[in-house]
Ligand binder design. Structure first.
Ligand code: S3P
Length: 436
C-alpha cells in the first residue's frame, strides 16, 4: 500500500504510543520458560509480537487474546499458559519468526536447552540477517546448530540439550544476543559470565530478576547462576519509546507543534533519543515519572524547537540505534552538521538502515553522505516532498511519514503498511495530530 502525507499547518494533541515491542516479546517468552499461567496487559499488537506467540504455540504454550465484554472499559489482555521449558514439545513444523529478529534470536536461545529438533526461519529480510553471533556461543555451550551460509543464516536447525555454562566475550553490544545467552545460561550446568562491549537495553535482566533468576551485573559483565526456580509474573507493558520517538521528532521539527505522549517507558537503556534530542536543542520534558512492573515510565511533552547538529557515537549507539533513522531526519532539518559514527550494526537491521535512510532522505533534498559505520548530515532547515520507498522497514516508513508533515510538498511512501510490524495505528495517530 502507498501512503501520501501532506504537510501539516499545526501538530497538537495527546497520544498513547503503542505497547513496547521489546518488553512484549520478553513478557511472552520469559514467562513461557516456567510452568504456569499469567496475564499480560497491553501486549503489543504489532506483527512482530504476534510472530513470537505463533512460535511459542508450536512449542506447546497456549496464548489467548481475551477481549472484554462489549461496553466494558477494560482493554484486551493476553493470557499465557505454559507447560514450562522442560515440557515443551518438538514442533511439528518450522518456527517462523517472519520479520522479527528479536523473535528469532530469543527463540534460538530457548531452543538451546530443548533436546528435540527445531527449525527456525523468517521472511526474506530476516533470512539475510546475521545469526552466527547466536549460533557460535550456543555451540560452545553444547547445542547442535546448522544453517545456511556456513551456519550463520536462517533457516537454522537446532537440537539443544545439556548445556554447560561459559565465559563469553560478546562481539557486539546486542540485547537480542545477550538475551538469547541469558536464557540458555539459566538452564545450563554451572555459571555463565557474559562480557558486553557496551550497555544495551536491559529489559531481560530486569524481568528475569523479578521472576527470581540469579542474574548479577558487575559493570559490563553479567553473571548467571542456574538454580532458582522461575516464577512467572503478570506484566503490564508500557508505551514504546522507540515509537514515541517519531512524535518527539515531529514535535521538535515542526514550527507549530505541542504534543503530549502518555505512558512511555523511559528505561535509561532506551532513552538515548531524549539525550540526543535535548543535545540538539529540543524542548522535551518528562512528567508523572513512576515505576511500573520494574520499569520506569513517564509522560513526555515536546514543543517546536530550533535544532542544531550534534555528534552521535560510541556507547550512545546501542541505546539509540532504533531511533537513528528519525534522528537523521531531525538532523537534516537542523542547523549545522550531524555526524553519526560507530553504528555499523544498523546495516544488519530490517534493512541496511544507514544506506536506506541516506537514499530516501536524499530524495527529499537532504544532504547526507554514508560512512562505513554512520552518516554525515548537513542540516538545511527545510526539505522538499517527493516519492520514497520504505525498503520494507517499519522504522523508515514512519520516518518518511514524519518527513511528510514538515516538507514543502507531499511525501509519497511506497510499502507504507509495513508500519504494522511495530505500530499498526501509526497513520491514524499521525492524522489525529493535525490541527488543520
Ligand atoms: C531489541 C534489540 C535491538 C533493537 C531491536 C529490538 C530487543 O537490537 O534494534 O529492535 O528487543 O532486544 P540489538 O540486538 O542489536 O540490540
Amino acid at each position: 500500500m502507498n501512503r501520501s502525507v501532506l504537510p501539516a499547518g499545526e501538530l497538537s494533541g495527546t497520544l498513547s504510543p503503542p505497547a513496547d515491542k521489546s518488553v512484549s516479546h520478553r513478557a511472552a517468552i520469559l514467562n513461557s520458560l516456567a510452568a504456569g499461567s499469567v496475564t499480560v496487559h497491553n501486549y503489543s499488537e504489532g506483527a512482530d509480537c504476534r510472530s513470537t506467540l505463533e512460535c511459542l504455540r508450536l512449542l506447546g504454550v497456549t496464548a489467548e487474546v481475551v477481549n472484554p465484554a462489549e461496553g466494558s472499559e477494560e482493554e484486551p489482555k493476553l493470557v499465557l499458559t505454559s507447560p514450562g521449558l522442560e515440557n515443551f514439545n518438538e514442533p511439528e513444523t518450522v518456527l517462523d519468526a517472519q520479520n522479527s529478529g528479536t523473535t528469532m534470536r530469543f527463540i534460538m536461545g530457548l531452543l538451546g536447552s530443548t533436546p528435540f529438533l527445531s527449525v527456525v526461519t523468517g521472511d526474506r529480510s530476516l533470512r539475510a540477517r546475521p545469526m552466527g553471533r547466536v549460533v557460535q556461543p550456543l555451540r560452545l555451550m553444547g547445542a547442535q546448530v546448522m544453517g545456511r551460509g556456513s551456519d550463520s543464516l536462517a533457516p537454522l536447525a537446532i537440537r539443544g540439550g545439556d548445556l554447560n555454562g561459559i565465559e563469553y566475550t560478546m562481539p557486539v553490544a546486542s540485547a537480542q544476543l545477550k538475551s538469547a545467552l541469558l536464557m540458555a545460561a539459566l538452564f545450563a550446568n554451572g555459571e555463565t559470565v557474559l562480557l558486553q562491549p557496551a550497555l544495551s537495553r536491559d529489559h531481560t535482566e530486569r524481568m528475569l530478576r523479578a521472576m527470581g533468576a540469579d542474574v548479577v551485573e558487575d559493570g559490563l559483565a553479567l553473571v548467571v547462576r542456574p538454580g532458582p526456580k522461575l516464577t512467572p509474573m503478570d506484566i503490564t507493558v508500557s508505551g514504546d519509546i522507540s515509537s514515541a520517538a517519531f512524535w518527539l521528532v515531529a514535535g521538535a521539527v515542526h514550527p507549530n507543534a505541542r504534543i503530549r505522549l502518555s505512558n512511555v517507558g523511559v528505561n535509561p537503556s532506551r532513552t538515548g533519543v531524549l539525550d540526543v534530542l535535548r543535545d540538539m536543542g529540543a524542548s522535551v520534558t518528562e512528567q508523572n515519572a513512576r515505576m511500573e512492573g520494574g520499569e520506569p515510565v513517564a509522560d513526555l511533552m515536546v514543543e517546536s524547537s530550533e535544532l542544531r547538529g550534534v555528534e552521535i557515537g560510541g556507547d550512545m549507539i546501542p541505546i539509540v540505534q532504533d531511533e537513528v533513522p528519525v534522528l537523521a531526519l531531525a538532523a537534516a532539518l537542523a542547523r549545522g552538521t550531524t555526524t553519526i559514527r560507530d553504528a555499523q550494526e544498523l546495516r544488519y537491521k530490517e534493512s541496511d538502515r544507514l544506506h536506506a535512510t541516506a537514499t530516501e532522505l536524499t530524495k527529499l533534498g537532504a544532504k547526507i553522505s554514508e560512512l562505513p559505520d554512520g552518516l554525515v548530515i548537513e542540516g538545511s532547515g527545510a526539505l522538499q516532498g517527493g516519492a520514497c520507498d520504505s525498503h520494507g522497514d517499519h522504522r523508515l516508513a514512519m520516518t518518511l511519514g514524519i518527513a511528510g508533515l514538515v516538507t514543502r510538498e507531499a511525501v509519497d511512501i511506497a510499502d507504507a503498511d509495513v508500519v504494522d510490524i511495530s505500530y499498526p495505528g501509526f497513520w491514524g495517530d499521525l492524522d489525529s495530530l493535525r490541527g488543520d
